[in-house]
Design a protein around this ligand. Structure first.
Ligand SMILES: [Zn+2]
Ligand SMILES: [Zn+2]
Length: 396
């Protein structure tokens, strides 16, 4: 028990972290260490489980105060404890439903992650109940504009469905499958290897316990045929790159009555040419003219769907950053909208005309005179601190 890491440490958050911080910290870790994304890394699964466990406690209004007060001992004994369950089967569907909880965001609250992970305990004995269908993956690419508004997409994909001719049995209508003679219908055989007897899936029937003597002409005995699906799905706003949506039962049909797999939709958000995204905040750069920076101005700033006016003050410096409240992306928990951070760059004319050159030349001479005369100038600037030129001078 005591060798467990502190849950706040696991999620990398402080003890005072709010509910949404707990959630987003967990989601980040869960996405990174998701077993689907790290198939060859057993430590990823351990980290994934560890984070899920921490989230289960820290997102729970009852368990968290218990944990804060008594540490691991305060939550281990609760009815939803993590004891033996964690050793159980860890199927993709279950992980996904935990994801769905996080991802759907709708009110949160209900059932802990672990109940969803390990609760079902669906038996999957092959020979009698058939084999479950495989889950399928498709990838969808979204633009930032689509993230801002939410969207609906029509997806097309192929999946294996129960054969309509033989109703999934694989046998020609009017004929029956035969009990496998190799394994006597058990689906498993014992093989002697030296002193040991090893139980393996029957090679003749591949664990199904039956053999098909007269295969169905449509599915050639497999019980399934390929079908093209078209599905319209709604994508909520505020999606982050890397999130996964799941449609239960939309994967391949099972074999011989097994349950269907799920459809996993991996969402990718494309880079935008103008905006950089960080969570629900956006940032961009806009160029302004030298005189605008000097005298102040009202400039037009692009947002994802329009242009808005932004006031820049007198004496704005290159690289200065302004915040346009509420001009970012909607938060995926439905709570408000992020901000747009605008960094101004001051354009320096690459090919000034001779008139411009002359004007700037005399401007610069005045500026040089002002800084050279020393002390008197410093007091002019005393409220704003020393000017750029003064700071340079002070370096020598
Ligand atoms: Zn067999
Ligand atoms: Zn068939």
């Amino acid at each position: 028990m005591s060798d467990k890491r502190d849950y706040y440490e696991v999620l990398g958050i402080s003890k005072s972290a709010g509910a949404s911080e707990v959630k987003s910290a967990y989601r980040k870790i869960a996405l990174k260490h998701h077993p689907d994304r790290n198939p060859d890394d057993p430590s990823a699964e351990a980290k994934f489980k560890e984070a899920a466990e921490a989230y289960d406690v820290l997102s729970d209004e009852e368990k968290r105060p218990m944990y804060d007060q008594y540490g691991h001992a305060g939550v281990d004994g609760t009815p939803h404890g993590f004891g033996g369950g964690a050793q159980g089967g860890f199927s993709v569907d279950d992980i996904m439903s935990a994801f769905g909880d996080i991802f759907g965001g709708g009110g949160g609250g209900g059932g802990g992650v672990f109940e969803q992970f390990f609760g079902g305990g669906r038996g999957r004995s092959r020979a009698s109940q058939g084999e479950p269908g495989e889950s399928l993956r498709i990838d969808l690419h979204l633009t930032l504009e689509e993230v801002a508004t939410g969207t609906s997409k029509t997806i097309e994909y192929k999946r294996q469905v129960s054969c309509g001719i033989c109703s999934g049995s694989g046998s020609k209508p009017g004929t029956q499958p035969k009990q496998c003679s190799t394994c006597q219908g058990m689906g498993q055989v014992h093989q002697r290897q030296g002193f040991f007897s090893v139980q393996t899936a029957c090679p003749t029937c591949r664990g199904r316990g039956i053999t098909i003597e007269h295969p169905c002409v449509s599915c050639h005995g497999s019980g399934r045929t390929e079908h093209k699906e078209e599905e319209s799905i709604k994508i909520p706003k505020g999606i982050e790159d890397g999130q996964i949506m799941q449609i239960r039962g939309a994967g391949n049909h099972g074999i011989l009555g097994g349950p269907p797999g799920n459809l996993l939709i991996y969402l990718h958000v494309s880079q935008h040419k103008t905006f950089h995204r960080r969570g629900s905040d956006l940032s961009c750069q806009i160029p302004i003219r030298f005189a605008q920076a000097m005298f102040g101005a009202t400039v037009l700033v692009p947002t994802l769907d329009k242009k808005v006016e932004m006031r820049i003050p007198k004496g704005t410096q290159p690289g200065e950053k302004f915040r346009l409240k509420g001009q970012g992306l909607p938060r995926d928990d439905g709570r408000g909208v992020g901000n747009l951070f605008v960094t101004v760059t001051v354009e320096v004319p690459r090919k000034p005309t001779s008139e411009q050159e002359a004007l700037i030349q005399s401007f610069d001479e005045i500026e040089e005179g002002r800084t050279e005369s020393g002390k008197g100038v410093a007091s002019d600037h005393s409220e704003e601190g020393p000017s750029f030129f003064e700071r340079i001078k002070n370096m020598f």
